[in-house]
Design a protein around this ligand. Structure first.
Ligand SMILES: Nc1ncnc2c1ncn2[C@@H]1O[C@H](COP(=O)(O)OP(=O)(O)OP(=O)(O)O)[C@@H](O)[C@H]1O
Ligand SMILES: [Mg+2]
Length: 248
């Protein structure tokens, strides 16, 4: 049986709900896996220092991700359908508040995708869904190219800022310690680092460079932009599943 690996990009700013959505999709899609872009951040020792504010900058696209490692790993996942065993994820260490969805809706989609999988298997093809969860998914052209479906969650600035403020921190890689360390935002980190980096990385993909309100301008082909605060998580899941069904 041959495998067909479908990459589903789940992009959006920090605290836009990407990981929450990706985990709902993982429980719906049979045999699916999540790749977290955060796990491609360089170890803390190699994170650049911001030239003006003199703090580590975990957010500006150039330095926040080890791009060659991410691209190579994605290519391997595409080829093999499995996450390489040496790829270490810190995701399980991060707290994740529950944003639940309607159980009947989830079950219906699960049934649908299970049926689709069986139909494909009869025809000799096994579908593997890979959910790529990332805050910088649509910046590097090679990563954009690797994604088959491109979802983007947009949430207003003030909500993102508040959610980020409520987070206790992020577990990140450290060269000297495989378990990593907990990063907490220093004062003014949101205004000085996180938000400007988000705007810089996303302005090119929306009209008038308006990351808050601009519609997609076609620079990222096929971008599905979801105004995530205007919808319930159940409806976001439905919207994405409908798009995945088309793809399958
Ligand atoms: N639709 C929603 N309604 C209410 N709260 C939400 C919603 N989506 C996400 N949240 C909350 O926002 C916070 C961030 O969600 P989540 O961890 O899924 O975001 P993320 O985009 O993966 O963030 P990061 O990039 O920082 O990992 C969590 O506390 C989550 O419970
Ligand atoms: Mg996340």
């Amino acid at each position: 049986m041959k495998s067909r690996v479908i990459f589903v990009g789940v992009g959006g700013a920090t605290c836009s709900g990407k990981t929450t959505l990706a985990k709902h999709l993982r429980s719906i899609l049979p045999g699916s896996v999540i790749v977290h872009q955060d796990d491609f951040a360089p170890p803390q020792e190699l994170i650049p220092i911001h030239p003006v504010y003199n703090v580590q900058d975990w957010d500006s696209a150039e330095g926040a991700i080890d791009w060659p490692r991410m691209i190579t790993t994605l290519a391997e996942v595409k080829r093999t359908g499995v996450i390489p065993p040496e790829h270490y994820s810190h995701d399980h260490l991060n707290e994740q508040k529950d944003v639940s969805i309607d159980k009947d809706v989830a079950q219906r989609w699960k049934d649908t995708f299970t049926r689709i999988q069986k139909e494909h298997e009869k025809a000799g093809e096994h579908i593997i869904w890979v959910l790529v969860d990332g805050f910088l998914l649509y910046w590097h052209p090679e990563v954009v190219d690797q994604l088959d479906i491109r979802i983007f969650l947009r949430v207003p600035h003030d909500v993102l800022k508040q959610r980020r403020h409520e987070r206790h921190g992020y577990h990140t890689a450290v060269q000297s310690d495989p378990e990593g360390t907990l990063w907490r935002d220093p004062p003014h980190y949101w205004e000085q680092i996180v938000w400007p980096a988000y705007v810089a990385a996303h302005a090119r993909m929306v009209e008038s460079a308006d990351v808050e309100h601009g519609p997609p301008n076609g620079v990222v082909p096929g971008l599905v932009l979801i105004e995530a605060l205007e919808m319930q998580m159940t409806d976001i899941v439905q919207r994405v599943c409908a798009r995945l069904l088309e793809e399958a």
